[in-house]
Structures are given as structure tokens and as C-alpha cells.
Write a protein that binds this ligand. Sequence first.
Ligand code: SAM
Ligand code: SF4
Length: 325
Amino acid sequence: MIDNYGRNINYFRISVTDRCNLRCRYCMPEEGIDKIGHEDILRLEDFARIVKAATQAGIRKVRLTGGEPLVRKNIVQLVNYIAEIPMIDDIAVTTNGILFPVMAKQLKAAGLNRINFSLDSLNEDKFRYITRHDGLGKVKTAIFKALELGLNPVKINTVIIRGFNDDEIIDFVRLTHDYPLHIRFIEFMPIGDLLFWDKGRLMDVKAIKDIAEQHFALKAVSNIQGNGPAIYYKTEGGKGSIGFISPMSNHFCAQCNRIRMTADGMLRGCLYDKKETDLKPALSNPDDQELLRLILQTIKAKPARHLMNDGWGEENQRKMYQIGG
Ligand code: SAM
Ligand code: SF4
């Protein structure tokens, strides 16, 4: 459906859980989170029913995220439910990758098309520092498993934090040169555990690209399959690509094609905008008309742009792991 600003909204990002098996410093506090109660988290069948209703509003692509989507019990079953909805032509997952190696084949067989791994460091100690857990080996295994299974494209999301991993930009670019991997460098956003966010740690995409270009000649390429707002480049003769996502320095709201839902069924038109619509009451209605009405209403009310550079705001209660990054 075309929204009030002429944008075609066809992409639905769903947080299937607010739980996670890592504790990334910029995302979650070490002691964990105030979890959504089990009774409030939607059932797999509810997610699938909402996606089906959303197809009547023009949704064609779904991304499952979280929290960590692969810790959600029976996630493979949910991928399968969504894959069986005729109008859905693309199912993707964003994951930290820890559990992917043990469920990769089942996810692919259930209908998963694409996968994004989040990985901020290729160095064991730094990985442990930023995620507060071990597991770099498992994430590397996961990435190569995804390539082996033919998931395409396999993307890696890397949040660049000045003073932490800006010295690894070249190593990440080299990965895209050697393997058909698509790295997306993301600007650090003031969302999540704000104790770790600091303006001084924000590195804009221009500075990231400048570093990459000191070692590699990058040439712009047309969009790698996906629904994201990244601008893509390749190294000379490289197998993969490099993308830059700049929510802070150059917001891409004019091309925004998405709506989002939290694990407790709150629909949002924008990551930043705190306005939410509760879909749970509509689930007690045996037909999908009320669900569809609320989805259409959310699309119509999508704001023109986010105001993240003004800060996240105390009143903007939800965190990234609750909304789904
Ligand atoms: N657990 C999964 C994962 O890490 O891929 C999915 C959820 S996570 C919230 C989704 C993405 O949001 C990750 O790529 C993570 O790096 C990103 N993210 C979380 N907090 C962020 C922040 N403050 N700035 C930029 N990206 C952030
Ligand atoms: Fe978990 Fe993803 Fe947040 Fe890291 S970024 S704590 S993996 S939800």
C-alpha cells in the first residue's frame, strides 16, 4: 500500500521475542531486561495470522528479528507458517548467529530465503567484550554454513563504534573481497542501553568509507537484493559488497518501506516514533477485518521521518531488542 508520503509499504519486521542469549553493550544491560510476560507474547499462529492479514495491505516481505529470533521456541515452525502464506515472497531473519549452525538446515527447508548476521568484531577478545559472551567461533561457522546452504544474499551487520572496532573496517572489507558476503556498516544509534552510547563513539558513514578507501578502490553497484536502505559498493574483483547505513548522518526515511511489530503484538509505523497500536484485542475477533483495519491505519499514520538525532527521549520507553532492530 502507498502511504501518505508516496512510499510503497511492503515490508514487515517482526520481533518474535525480546529475549536474547547475548548482552551486547549497546543493546541490553548485563543483568538482563524486564521481559515481556509469557502471557503477553503472541503465539506463533498469531504472528502468522497477522502476516496473512498484512498481505491484504500490500505486505510481501517479512523479516523475523528480536531480541534473538533463534531463541524463540519453534522458530522453524513460524518460518514455515509464513512461507505457506501465498502472497509472501521473501522471508529473512536477523540473528546474532550463535544458534544458527544447529538449526540452519531446518530453517532453509522451512522456507527461509535470506539471513543477516550481526557481528561487530572479528577478534575473539573484542567479541567477548562487546557481547559479554564467548561465541565468535560459532558466528563464523554460522556465516559459512549460510553460504554453503545457498542462502542469498548473506549479509553481515556491523555497528561501527569509534575507539572499539573502527580499526577493523579494513578486515571486514577484505572479507567481502574474498567471500560473497555483504557487509553493512551501520552508524551507532542512540537506542538501547544508553549508558554505552556517546556522541564521541558515533562514526558517520563518510568517515567509515574514507577508511575503507584508503586500502581499497570502491565502486558503486546497484542494490544487492534486500529491502534495506544501504548504498552498496564493491572492491575491484571482490566477491561480495559493502553497504553503508546512515540513520544518523543521512536519514533514509523517504525510501522507508516498512512497518514493525513487537513480540506482544504492538504495531509501529517507525522504529523511532513511539506511537503503537495494540493488535491483541483484534485477535479475539474470528475474522481478520479488524486486524487489517489497524494495519492500514498504522501505515496511513507513518511519520514522514524520524527525529533520532534529537535523542531517543525518556518517553520513548521501548528499546531496540523490544522493537526489533
Ligand atoms: N539479536 C539479533 C541480532 O543481533 O542480529 C536481532 C536483533 S538486534 C536488536 C538487530 C540489530 O540491531 C543488530 O544488528 C544490532 O547490531 C543492531 N543494533 C542494536 N542496537 C543498536 C544501536 N544502538 N545502534 C545501531 N545498531 C544497533
Ligand atoms: Fe541480543 Fe541482538 Fe541486542 Fe546483541 S544486538 S543483545 S544479539 S538482541
